[in-house]
Each structure stands twice: as C-alpha cells, then as structure tokens.
Design a protein around this ligand. Structure first.
Ligand SMILES: *Cc1c(COP(=O)(O)O)cnc(C)c1O
Length: 226
C-alpha cells in the first residue's frame, strides 16, 4: 500500500508532463480527506507538498496531531461562514469562495488566505459554485473588498462517462478565467485553474489545469467513515 503511493505520485507526475501544455505550472494537491493518517504521512514522505481537505472539523483533528510542517494546505469543501475564521487560521488556500457574505468576512480579517472562486461548470443545478453567467458580475462586486486575495477559479466536471462533456466543462472554466482577466487588480488575479480529480485529471491537464485535486488516485480508496 505505502509503496503504491510513491508509484501513484510518479504516474501522476508523468501524466502532468505528458498532458499539460505547461507542466512546470501544475501543482498536485493530494486530497487527504477520509484517509488514515499513516497513508497521509507516507504521501508526505514520498514528496507530497500540498494537502487538500474538505471538512474543517476533520482537518483540524488531523492537523492537531500531525501539523505537516512545510506542507501547503488547501481547503476544497464548502465553507460555512461561521467556520471562516478556523479556515483562515489553518489553511493557505480556499478553493470554494462562492458568496459575497464569505468574501466580505475574509476581506475584513487581518490573516489572509488565497482564494479561488468556485464555478458550477457541471451543468447540474444541484451542484455548488457560482453559475457561469453570474461570475463576471460577482467578480466586479468583490473587487472593492479590501484585502480579499483572489487567484483564480475552481470547478468540478459532472460525474459521467461522457468524455466530451467533461472536456467542455473544463474548457468553459478556462475561457471564464480568460474573460475575468480584464477585471484584475493587484489583489484579484486570474492565474490558477483548479480542476481535475482522479477520474478526469488528464483531460483537465489538456485543458490547462494548474491545480489538480487528486484523492483516491494518490492514496487509494477512502476508508474512514463519514
Ligand atoms: C474529494 C474531492 C476531490 C478528490 O476526489 P478523488 O476522486 O478522490 O480524486 C477533489 N476535489 C474535491 C472538491 C473533493 O471534495
């Protein structure tokens, strides 16, 4: 199992070189949610530099015992505004900014966090994220929020076997990133595309991903209970 993690990481790095138009800009985030801590440690030993978690409570329990010094921490789940403080104190990146309320809260805090705006690119109305049409006006509104640091967009393709549909979701996110560039300020920048998970990361790489969020293809199946 432990050796597999090293091999899994090697395979993904090879895919990055093979599929990405700009391999040097791609960051691999190993999504450690619901993984036993021994596996996460094995991942870090094997060279993982970035960890992703989707629940504040679970993540803080893990980090209390294993702070993983030097590792960049990404919060990739839905963030309730009452947990914003805990997120700011414990994470370097937030991938799921999607409400003005949260943007306002973050902008008021001394402690900053680099944010990505989550966009619903799946075409499914029940999924989280801002509707593609609503993104540009949203960015316009949050531009005036003092210290808010935005660095790009995040999206998830639908869970489907339809490769064409997955590809067009990722292409949509990339074109939205381009559209937003004329709204850039010193604090609001559109550089990063967080897209691609275990089952669709090669397509995401071809479409310009700069941040892969990969769980099971790094660590194996999730084993901890919900
Ligand atoms: C769990 C999760 C991932 C990783 O999923 P895998 O299929 O295990 O690679 C990526 N992004 C988000 C937002 C997640 O919640």
């Amino acid at each position: 199992m432990m050796n597999n993690i090293r091999q899994n990481l090697e395979n993904i790095r090879e895919d990055i070189r093979k599929y990405s138009p700009h391999p040097g800009r791609v960051r691999l985030i190993a999504v450690s949610k619901k993984q036993p801590v021994e596996r996460i440690c094995a991942g870090v030993e094997a060279g993982v530099s970035d960890l992703g978690e989707n629940r504040i409570q679970d993540a803080l329990k893990k980090f209390a015992r294993h702070p993983f010094p030097g590792i960049t921490r990404h919060f990739i789940g839905y963030l309730q505004s009452n947990k914003a403080n805990k997120c700011l104190q414990n994470f370097d990146w937030l991938h799921s900014l999607q409400t003005e309320k949260l943007a306002r809260i973050i902008a008021r805090k001394e402690q900053g966090i680099r944010c990505l705006i989550e966009v619903n690119i799946s075409g499914e109305s029940n999924k989280s994220g801002i509707a593609p049409d609503a993104l540009y006006p949203f960015v316009k509104r949050i531009r005036d929020y003092g210290n808010l640091q935005v660095r790009g967009l995040m999206g998830m393709a639908a869970l489907t076997d339809d490769g064409g549909r997955i590809r067009s979701s990722f292409a949509l996110l990339r074109s939205l990133l381009d559209d937003c560039r004329d709204l850039e300020t010193e604090n609001i920048r559109f550089e990063e595309l967080s897209m691609g998970m275990s089952n669709d990361y090669r397509t995401a790489l071809e479409e310009g991903s700069t941040m892969l969020r990969i769980g099971t293809a790094v660590f194996g199946p999730r084993t901890e209970k919900e």
